[in-house]
Design a protein around this ligand. Structure first.
Ligand code: ATP
Ligand code: MG
Length: 300
């Protein structure tokens, strides 16, 4: 199977994200919708790599779809359909190419805040904890080690930068940008979705260490959970039976690709800027195997 790297559908207002292509569509009920096509592109440190991971977009779509259905009794979200035939006017070839990798969603005004929930101490959060005893300004108990569980998960918003990297901000700064009511609602929902996903995943042998959510407002001012949910692109997934606080963890997620590219950086072969390097076949296969393992445990 070849990787699907770009799309060019005869639909209005194409926006090309790092990983997904978004178009405007009319929803089956006549409302404003967006078509989100998950390509097989991979981004690391906000740079899209030269080649993709064939089938990755389908795996991520399958998992997001699972979670939206799992959460639908309790949380308002944007997913309307995953059936390409609900988009009128495409060719048969397009319908086949889109099968399994699209979400037709309610269109929203995206709240420009990345809503990060951390249930374990890792990555940049761990580095900050070592230096300051806090993560994004939230102080944590003393004596914690790398990959420790954070007993009360924390909410650490960041900006959704149009250019460059997202920047961590305090809850108060986020409130200044989008309003205290919106932020209070989002924080509550993000935490509840994380806790529900975390508990379910743990029963299936996966620790969701941290994750990022997005929210948006509909035209009639309903706040919805949007974008992708609890995937290995937006979260850290660790095998629960191998979890050992005090060290880095094995992972089912993009960390494996990050580690490979970090090696290139330390060898002076890449400087984290465009153009991104090419992933060797072995890294592609191992990444796919990890994603498949996680998704089979969670969504089947
Ligand atoms: N229901 C929705 N309504 C409007 N926009 C949405 C909706 N769901 C997701 N999006 C947007 O679709 C885009 C998905 O593409 P992708 O995640 O690849 O972009 P990106 O390069 O990561 O950019 P961003 O930093 O904005 O996420 C994101 O910009 C996301 O905010
Ligand atoms: Mg994104």
């Amino acid at each position: 199977m070849d990787a699907l790297l770009t799309t060019d559908l005869p639909l209005p207002n194409r926006r090309v994200g790092k990983v997904r292509d978004v178009y405007d569509v009319e929803l089956p009920d006549g409302g404003d919708g967006v078509l989100i096509v998950a390509s097989d592109r991979v981004s690391v440190f906000d740079v899209v790599l030269a080649n993709g991971i064939p089938g990755k977009g389908k795996l991520l779509t399958r998992l997001s779809r699972f979670w939206f259905e799992f959460l639908t009794d309790e949380f308002d979200h944007h997913l309307v359909s995953t059936n390409p035939r609900d988009i009128p006017g495409l060719s048969d070839a397009d319908y086949v190419a889109l099968e399994g990798r699209i979400m037709i969603c309610r269109k929203t005004r995206v709240v420009p805040i990345e809503c990060i929930v951390r249930g374990y101490l890792t990555g940049s959060g761990y580095k900050e904890y070592l230096a300051e005893g806090s993560v994004c300004g939230i102080s944590l108990p003393g004596g914690m080690v790398n990959s420790d569980k954070i007993e009360s998960p924390i909410f650490t918003p960041s900006t959704k930068a149009e250019e460059g990297h997202d920047e961590n901000i305090s809850f108060d700064e986020a409130c200044e940008q989008v309003g205290v009511e919106t932020m209070t609602a989002i924080r509550q929902t993000a935490m509840n979705v994380y806790l529900r996903g975390r508990d379910y995943a743990l029963e299936r042998g996966i620790i969701i260490a941290d994750t990022k959510f997005e929210f948006g407002w509909t035209a009639d001012n309903q706040l919805l959970l949007i974008d992708e949910v609890l995937t290995p692109d937006s979260s850290r997934f660790w095998p629960a039976d191998e979890w050992q606080p005090g060290q880095e963890q094995n992972s089912f997620d993009k960390q494996y690709v990050r580690n490979y590219t970090e090696e290139l950086v330390s060898q002076g072969r890449w400087d984290k800027t465009e153009p991104g390097p090419e992933l060797p076949d072995e890294i592609i296969e191992n990444t796919l195997a990890r994603y498949e393992e996680a998704i089979n445990r969670l969504a089947s």
